[in-house]
Design a protein around this ligand. Sequence first.
Ligand SMILES: [Zn+2]
Length: 571
Amino acid sequence: MKWTKMLIQTLRDDPQDAEIDSHKLLVRASLVKKLSGGLYTFLPLGLRTFRKVENIIREELDRAGALEVVMPILQPAELWKQSGRWEAMGPNMFKLRDRAEKPYALGPTAEEEVTDLVKSIVSSYRQLPVTVYQFQWKFRDEIRPRFGLMRSKEFMMKDAYSFDVSMEAADASYKAMYDAYVRIFARCGLKAYPVEADTGDIGGKFSHEFHVLADAGEDGIAFCPCCGYAANLEKAERKVAAVAGDPCPAYEEVHTPNAKTIDQVSAFMGVPGSAFVKSLIYSADGEPVMVCVPGDRDVNEVKLKHFLEAGKLELADYEMVLAASGANAGSVGPVKPAKAGLRIVADMSLKGATGRIVGANKDDYHLKNVDMARDTTIAEADYADLVIAQAGDICPRCGKPMDLKRGIEVGHVFKLGTKYTDAFKAVYKNDQLQESVMVMGCYGIGVSRTVQAVIEQSHDRDGIIWPAGVAPFQVVIDLLDPADESVAKVALELESALESAGVDVLVDDRADRPGVKFKDADLIGFPVRVVVGAKGLANGGVEVKRRDQDKSHMKIVPVAEAVAAIKALLA
Ligand SMILES: [Zn+2]
């Protein structure tokens, strides 16, 4: 393939709306072109990588026994109403009507569609298990599209769905997809970590996100360098040692005028935030509950919701806070709240704590010298792990301190249970002809996002460094003297020899200066660069170099040995 025929437009400057390196490079290397906020065209170069990623995914899913289908993007509203998600999806879902005023959604996902499909075909246990998948554009009405393909309005997802006869059988389908994902990301040249994620109502360990660690990642991950435990911040547990606080004198009131937040009271009293107990009133299914955590930590609402077994959990409104505690939000505390019998739950690290400062349940007052056991009515069983994990917290598996990392989520495997199959009455008959509901799993990979994650993980200041398996072209031949027929002939013969050997190659046949070609080759990031010029040929051959090595590794190889040398560099 010739550069001049590829519709390539590299840019020297970063696009103005790009905040992270991979977004800048996607645009500058002419892989994508922005149409409007959150909408991108894949240009020929970018589409080549996109297709390679897609094919790796397809090969591995086929190998795992999954079946490819393509379902409509335009999905009738009835399906979404049947699962209850027509409302629940909120403004993130694009909704539209046809000329007969019939409502539709542009699919953000396809659990409803696929459950309806499988239900209409499968009726016997003999047809199970079955896993179907598709590559399809998905839509999300992002408030603020950003980071290029990471958070766009339209994106390519591979979504897969498994259907099984039982929860146990569904575990096997889950495992098969999990293993396929490990192989897929490895083949894409990505170091992607399976990270435990919250399972909602399913429980157990059956939800993993696959994350590429990157400083630009949007998600926080607790990561144990010692044993490899990794969990997203919603899920991440921590081990908390029991506190044996020193005895403290009886608590007393402190006047703290105009100090509402922990930071303000902490500055006013001249003590660190960790000396405080932060107390919040939540409404759990309409009932007030007080939640106490150390002053320098934040409540993990997902953990709290599970602990309280609440269907709906939200911060209480002003009236509920006042009625429950007797004060406004800044002065709430666990000692003698206004509402008799108010349930108070607390983070495990406060068990046995003494000498703490808490809100006095009286506006503009705090209490100091509070002994949590002596002065509050918190039940033994109401101490639990309720805060968001942070760096230095103790790993729940091995007991060593954990790190906090940033990650880009590229895939997700999730055991759904019967949420959708119940809603759609997707049943099968067993060998006794008794009906049971099928058990589902769902498995996504953001294809366009994966392309960008590879760049985020593999680049330097000059540009992208593509892993050979997903590069737009594995080799670029910089033809330095295109007007010189004998030189051009060498380049073109090398191109066809490489193609015959199964290597894809782009010949930079532009009439530009060598410096321009080298810069662009580094920017786009072809794994191997070959320089063919009159000077080099006079010196004995062509220059070859890998993108991830510096100039000192450049070698001159005779033309006759070039194909073997290039293949060795790619291996
Ligand atoms: Zn560990």
